[in-house]
Design a protein around this ligand. Structure first.
Ligand SMILES: [Zn+2]
Ligand SMILES: [Zn+2]
Length: 466
């Protein structure tokens, strides 16, 4: 295994709640060091190296050979059993050893004994197995240190890794990491009366604003009638890093609902992502906006998505929603899906509604088991042959595809607002989970939780139960 210098700092991603549960099990009431093995899968996406944690193996008291306040030794049988599982399973290739230093509160570092043991074990693993990856994590009460062991020729060297969680409430800082914004940055951004976010932080509180502003990258798939409003909301709520993915160009007929674009840009055929990015930078010159004017199936979009903290998908195209969700599920990235529906019959609006679905990796629901993905439509939308795409359409196998749907800004804005509120809720303490939130503007206007779809979903979903 060669050390690739061009690869970014490796990421370790947990499912929703998994890190909090692991820490409370290991650090709980225990006055001695504790141990666990995580079984993970390594993924390389461009310059990004991600380890997704699939399973946790906890030892029984009998599996500890020695266990003290500041020392532990595991029985070989337990380690061997975990190693055998990783080697036999086809869906995983990585062993992560976790132990605690329960008496360390803030800073935590691997000890010299940890270094020696792990270096020796990595050497042994490399001499016996190919393509097996070995990482280690140590927890104190409040922090962690994580690393991957690389074997290069005769050398076994540790490289620091970063843990990513799905919600801010589970997040703990690494031992060398500052837990918040720099004091001067915080003063400038939040506290100063002339700052953009002064009024927002009065509403949401400083702690929530820090969570939003610190290190979150939000990726939008679909920057249209809903996505452009979402983008503007995010920047004004304080998010500092956005990635916009949409292959479409602006049309004059978009301007009844698109935020931030001008008539001249639509006439000139600007890419939607470029028009929105320009608008966002005018609102806040310090915001980082990356754009991808290709579809979600492109390599560039794939890497952007894999590097996100949250994804908000708002396209009405089933293929791009499905592809986005596949990537989100594969790399354990939480996702919000926003969509609207307007049905017009005999010049009468029959239905005007929309919904926002929030699904984190580790939640037991997704667009597939909730019946929000039409597989026939995906096949039609993604067929490489244009002739077959139009035939499918003409024969009426798939209705509504490539038709110009009715659309109005008020409905889009409502749904975009709900989507961003659901995202901000993830940064607030003690907010309830609302998997599906519906807005309806028919006889009366109403916002409610759709519990029926949740109850009726397929419980053994092959997509989200991995
Ligand atoms: Zn240790
Ligand atoms: Zn599912």
């Amino acid at each position: 295994m060669l050390i690739k210098e061009d690869i970014q700092r490796p990421l370790i991603r947990f499912k929703h709640r998994a890190l909090a549960e692991l820490r409370s099990t290991l650090l709980g009431a225990e006055q001695r060091e504790s141990f666990a093995v995580l079984i993970a899968k390594r993924e390389i996406i461009g310059k990004t190296e991600v380890f997704t944690v699939h399973d946790t193996r906890l030892p029984t008291p009998h599996d500890y050979e020695e266990r003290k306040r500041a020392y532990l030794r595991m029985r070989k049988s337990f380690i061997h059993q975990c190693l055998t599982e990783v080697v036999k399973r086809l869906d995983v290739d990585t062993l992560i050893e976790v132990h605690t230093h329960p008496f360390a509160t803030d800073q935590v570092f691997f000890s010299n004994i940890d270094d020696q043991d792990e270096r020796r074990y990595n050497k042994w693993l490399n001499s016996h197995f190919e393509n097996l990856h070995y990482l280690s994590i140590v927890f104190s009460q409040k922090r962690y240190q994580a690393r991957i062991w690389r074997h290069d020729g005769e050398m076994d060297l540790p490289v620091s890794a970063t843990i990513k969680t799905q919600t801010v409430s589970e997040r703990i800082p690494g031992s060398n990491e500052k837990p918040g914004l720099e004091a001067s940055q915080e003063e400038r951004l939040l506290n100063h009366v002339d700052s953009i976010f002064n009024r927002g932080s009065l509403a949401l509180g400083l702690e929530t604003m820090r969570g939003i502003m610190l290190d979150q990258t939000i990726t939008l798939v679909g920057v249209g009638g809903i996505g452009s409003v979402v983008a503007e909301h995010l920047v004004q709520m304080g998010f500092q890093r956005l990635t916009l993915i949409d292959p479409d160009r602006l049309e004059v007929s978009n301007l009844n609902r698109f935020v931030g674009a001008t008539f001249a840009q639509a006439q000139a055929g600007y890419h939607k992502v470029e028009a929105v990015a320009e608008h966002l930078r005018k609102l806040n010159p310090e915001v980082h906006v990356q754009v991808c004017a290709d579809g979600v199936e492109s390599e560039m979009a794939h890497e952007f998505l894999a590097n996100s903290d949250w994804i908000i998908v708002s396209t009405d195209n089933h293929f791009s929603r499905w592809t986005t969700q596949q990537i989100a599920l594969r790399y354990f990235i939480p996702m919000i899906a926003a969509g609207v529906n307007i049905t017009v019959k005999d010049n009468q609006v029959e239905d005007m509604s929309g919904e926002v679905i929030t699904a984190r990796s580790g939640d037991s629901w997704c667009l597939n088991c909730l019946g929000r993905i039409n597989l026939a439509r995906i096949a039609a939308e993604s067929h490489p042959d244009q002739a077959i795409r139009s035939q499918t359409l003409q024969r009426g196998y798939v209705t509504g595809m490539e038709m110009k749907e009715p659309a109005v800004k008020t409905l889009n804005t409502m749904i975009a607002t709900m989507a961003v509120d659901r995202l901000v809720d993830q940064f607030l303490p003690n907010r309830p989970d609302i998997p599906i939130l519906v807005y309806e503007h028919n006889q009366v206007s109403a916002i409610y939780e759709d519990r029926t779809s949740m109850e009726q979903r397929a419980l053994s979903c092959s997509y989200c139960s991995i």
